[in-house]
Design a binder for this molecule. Sequence first.
Ligand code: PGA
Ligand code: ZN
Length: 412
Amino acid sequence: MKITKLYARQVLDSRGNPTVEVEAYFNNYLGRAIVPSGASTGKHEAIELRDGRKEYLGKSVMRAVNNVNKIIAREIKDVEFLNQRAIDDLLIKLDGTPNKSKLGANAILGVSMAVCRLAASVKHKQLYEYIGELSGNKNFRIPIPFANIINGGKHSGSSLKMQEFMIAPVKAKSFKDAARMVSETYHILKGLIKEKYGTLAINVGDEGGFAPPLKTPEEALELITEAIKKAGYKGKIKISMDPAASEFYDGNNYVLDKSYTREEMLNYYSYLLKKYDIYSIEDPFEQDDYEGFKRLSELAKNKLIIGDDLLVTNPERINYAIQHKLCNGLLLKVNQIGTVTEAIHAAKLAIDAKWKVMVSHRSGETEDTFIADLAVGIGCGHIKIGAPCRSDRVSKYNQLLRIEENKIKYGF
Ligand code: PGA
Ligand code: ZN
């Protein structure tokens, strides 16, 4: 079966920046997808093509849109679309660069996801079922949500240098339960922040979490610990952090309230891990600080140390990290690598190495809920979807609530 029409347009993401939407048709069947976009992007990620012209302050994506409509649309008509690998191989070949900089990872991913949706719908399958088929997984799981309820770094205007402070309802019985636990804790945190820092402090950052004027990570961790306790979920909700350390690395040191060496950061993390009920830390060191990752992984054996900017969902970097024991978890972002097939392959490498995989949104999201189905389909048990606030984040919660009605188990 061949695609009868492929069409891209420019739409807006959750920050009001342009992004690519793609529609793939087979007669009356439609698969549609919108591409997300990061702010604290890793330097090894696939390239998102932006026009750099006057419109949208340089951020328009018409070159990527035209690449879909003029180049990919012509070539894709010869390829069987029920074969996702063949579609993605074509996209990779048409681009021909190692980082998808010719056609743009935003053009390529839009097509890859839209075709995946189209195939699911032609086969009368749920998207997660079809992704399960593509990845060879039958053990569907509703993932535990990692909800970023205090936003710092590049995602907010607050002075907090570390980027994300999340809660994870690890002991919830179902996703329905998890959504309730996250929402209640979020609202209790809102009250605590209002009491301590005033009403202005309850404004939210890019991922729907609060962005109060905090200076140190401890202040954020104290607030969250208190909110969890007050909500009655002590021991049932754990804390998770994404410092996104590449963003506060100055080339020599990590600059927080003062300058920290790698050694000092290691000590600092050990102290935080002892003091707070922390389940995972993502990007504790900058993207090429292999030594930092390795040392923390050795030091905190029972914790999940996740690579995001470190790995950029890239099989080569993942293999290197597995070999050198740099971490034990993969943050899976489809737009870092650019096709569904490559993202599934990346997840498999990590799963085979007995790592955990956490599917993730970007700080610039849309109403597209693809990642919810992806997490269920590959059965990875973890998903990072922001706070239960703003529709770009809530849409993922709601999709998981829908999927759970198909009697799929929740958790790891
Ligand atoms: P980004 O951040 O989407 O802005 O890159 C998310 C993350 O670092 O996990
Ligand atoms: Zn990250």
